[in-house]
Write a protein that binds this ligand. Structure first.
Ligand SMILES: [Fe+2]
Ligand SMILES: [Fe+2]
Length: 342
């Protein structure tokens, strides 16, 4: 590791917390490390605002992974074959795993999972609005895999190079699994699209409903995005919302053609000059409404999450008691730990 990182680590190890009068030196070392594309690690000094931004982003990401289990879990019992059921169960389970890696990454910044879950349950932290839309038919499972997981990959691949080490490393594994999710969705839609006229219509209807919300997943346009500029300076974010959205549209157009499905945008066309597809305006009123809590499923999703958390209390207590017994931790009773751990 280069000098900048060594200096940051030495500083924070020496006295636990940097002397307030001395932070300029730490700030310079931090800026130099970011500029040199080095990773910032948990024990390194970092600006408070950088830490807060990461906690907010990682928490929102983690919440999205676990809330995102709900719309698809809705179809596990009704999957049309054993093969489809096994695939869907594996996918939903992967999403729980993604939540786990991400809550762990947030813990390295000093914020516990119990605190983050509490913020989710009380509405003080958000999850991706895409999961506030209902899954009305089996084809929605395909459309979510193809479009929602596809948009997630487009967003997340650049995060593998994020300046914060634990987040970047979690994203490497997550992206590998997301790419399986995207392919299973595509394959499911292809089977429906080439099936009976009713199946084809079902696939088209699902794509019609999920296309625009997927484009909204990249966040508001660049000129309205609150946190973008600072996050790009810190190399948490590498590309702007509009840039990633354009990349996603360009990827999806030829895939829709191969699927034999139409993307529901009459203004979608190749622009030779720009070397990209033009697309129609996004209804941002809908986006802000869903974000405010007025989407079709906001209430249902959060109620289900709270219920699952309450019903899981005994599992957390038992796991904590087991861990206390087997690590032989001095004086620790499972009960005390169980009350505070999430
Ligand atoms: Fe995921
Ligand atoms: Fe996924």
């Amino acid at each position: 590791m280069a000098t900048a990182a060594a200096q940051r680590t030495a500083g924070s190890e020496a006295d636990g917390a940097p002397d307030p009068v001395d932070t300029t030196a730490y700030q310079h070392a931090f800026d130099a490390a970011v500029a040199a594309d080095e990773r910032i690690e948990p024990r390194d000094w970092m600006p408070d605002a950088y830490r807060a931004t990461l906690v907010r982003q990682i928490a929102q990401h983690a919440h999205s992974e676990i809330i995102g289990m709900q719309p698809e879990a809705n179809w596990i019992t009704r999957a049309p074959s054993l093969r489809r059921k096994a695939i869907l169960m594996a996918k939903v389970q992967d999403e729980a795993g993604h939540g786990l890696y991400l809550y762990s990454a947030a813990e390295t910044l000093g914020t516990g999972r119990d605190e983050l879950l509490d913020k989710l349950h009380s509405g003080r932290q958000k999850y991706s609005s895409i999961f506030n839309y209902p899954t009305l038919t089996w084809a929605d499972v395909g459309a979510i895999g193809w479009l929602v997981d596809g948009a997630a990959i487009t967003n997340q691949v650049p995060l593998c190079r994020c300046s914060y080490g634990p987040y970047a490393r979690a994203m490497v594994r997550i992206c590998k699994e997301e790419s399986f999710h995207q392919r299973q969705g595509y394959e499911l839609l292809l089977a429906l699209s080439k099936g009976t006229p009713e199946q084809h219509a079902m696939a088209q209807d699902a794509v019609n409903r999920w296309w625009w919300p997927s484009l909204m997943m990249f966040g508001p346009p660049d000129d309205e995005s609150q946190h973008s500029a600072q996050s790009m300076t810190w190399k948490i974010k590498r590309h702007s919302n509009d840039e990633l959205r354009q990349r996603f549209v360009d990827i999806c157009v030829p895939q829709a053609e191969s699927l034999g499905l139409t993307l529901p945008d009459p203004e979608l066309r190749w622009n030779e000059e720009r070397g990209h597809h033009d697309f129609g305006p996004i209804d941002w009123t809908e986006f802000w409404e869903v974000l405010k809590g007025n989407g079709p499923c906001n209430e249902q999703r959060i109620n289900q999450r709270r219920r699952a958390h309450d019903e899981g209390a005994w599992v957390r207590e038992a796991a904590a008691a087991y861990a206390a017994k087997h690590t032989g931790s001095a004086g620790g009773t499972g009960h005390e730990t169980g009350a505070t751990r999430a």
